[in-house]
Design a binder for this molecule. Structure first.
Ligand code: PGA
Length: 249
């Protein structure tokens, strides 16, 4: 059985008081929930420890970013090893904001995947095409390439990978992929995983949708057979909206 997951990516938002309050509000919602799925929060890394300390729910906390080396002279960086020691369970790799704004390339992402896996973190590996790639009909090629990066991982390592399909044109724009567009891509990703690995890996990897996912559209998106949950940005900053998305799964 694939895990159903709803993950909140808070990005570089909230002050420390707001972060703790929001976390407590979301925890209260999750505690009343039936617990059939996982809820993850990716806060700014400086808040991870405080949230771990107040966490009394089943929510798991992840890191939005990290350096691939475990330690060394990398001023300003935080390693996967340090995050793991703190109690972090998850990490994002390949988010489009990291790929575009911070110019992370395939080699960087592969190093990060390896570092996260060596440190026993679960990874949400993100992929997504730009508006240009969507409009020029190149979106399957693009996603195929991005998923192809995983081919050097072993089947055992793939047990620690969740994939999020996040079309860049839908992130933070209020413009969601239609359930048909999202479902088409999720079907493609699952088939791609089968061709790179095998049916077992394809069937057991959770595939999340991200990009302006909201209480209004979550139900229709999550109803698609190959959509196993969501990676939520903006709507995860409001407990009620996030709670409705959790309920939609
Ligand atoms: P959004 O962000 O929900 O605000 O579109 C999603 C993401 O970037 O993970």
């Amino acid at each position: 059985m694939r895990k159903k997951i709803v993950a909140g990516n808070w990005k570089m938002n909230l002050n420390v008081h707001e972060a703790k309050l929001l976390f407590q509000e979301i925890s209260a919602i999750v505690s009343k929930d039936n617990g059939a799925h996982e809820v993850l929060i990716f806060p700014s890394s400086i808040y991870i420890e405080s949230l771990l300390n107040i966490n009394q729910s089943s929510i798991e906390i992840g890191a939005q970013n990290f350096h691939h080396q475990n330690k060394g002279a990398f001023t300003g960086e935080v390693s996967a090893m340090q995050l793991k020691q703190l109690g972090c369970k998850w990490a994002l790799v390949g988010h489009s904001e990291r790929r575009t704004i911070f110019h992370e390339n395939d080699a960087d992402l592969l190093n990060k995947l390896k570092a996260a896996l060596e440190n026993d973190l679960q990874v949400i590996y993100c992929c997504g095409e730009s508006l240009n790639e969507r409009e020029s009909g190149m979106y399957f090629e693009k996603i195929g390439e991005q998923i192809g990066l995983l081919k050097t991982l072993s089947q055992n390592e793939m047990n620690h990978i969740t994939i999020a399909y996040e079309p860049i044109w839908a992130i933070g724009t209020g413009k969601t992929a239609s359930p048909a567009q999202a479902a088409e891509m999720h079907d493609f990703i699952r088939t791609k995983l089968e061709s790179i690995f095998n049916l077992e890996v394809a069937d057991s990897t959770s595939l999340l949708y991200g990009g302006s996912c909201s209480p209004q559209n979550a139900k229709d998106l999550f109803a698609c057979s190959n959509i196993d949950g969501g990676l939520i940005g903006g709507a995860s900053l409001q407990a009620n909206a996030f709670g409705e998305i959790i309920a939609a799964i």
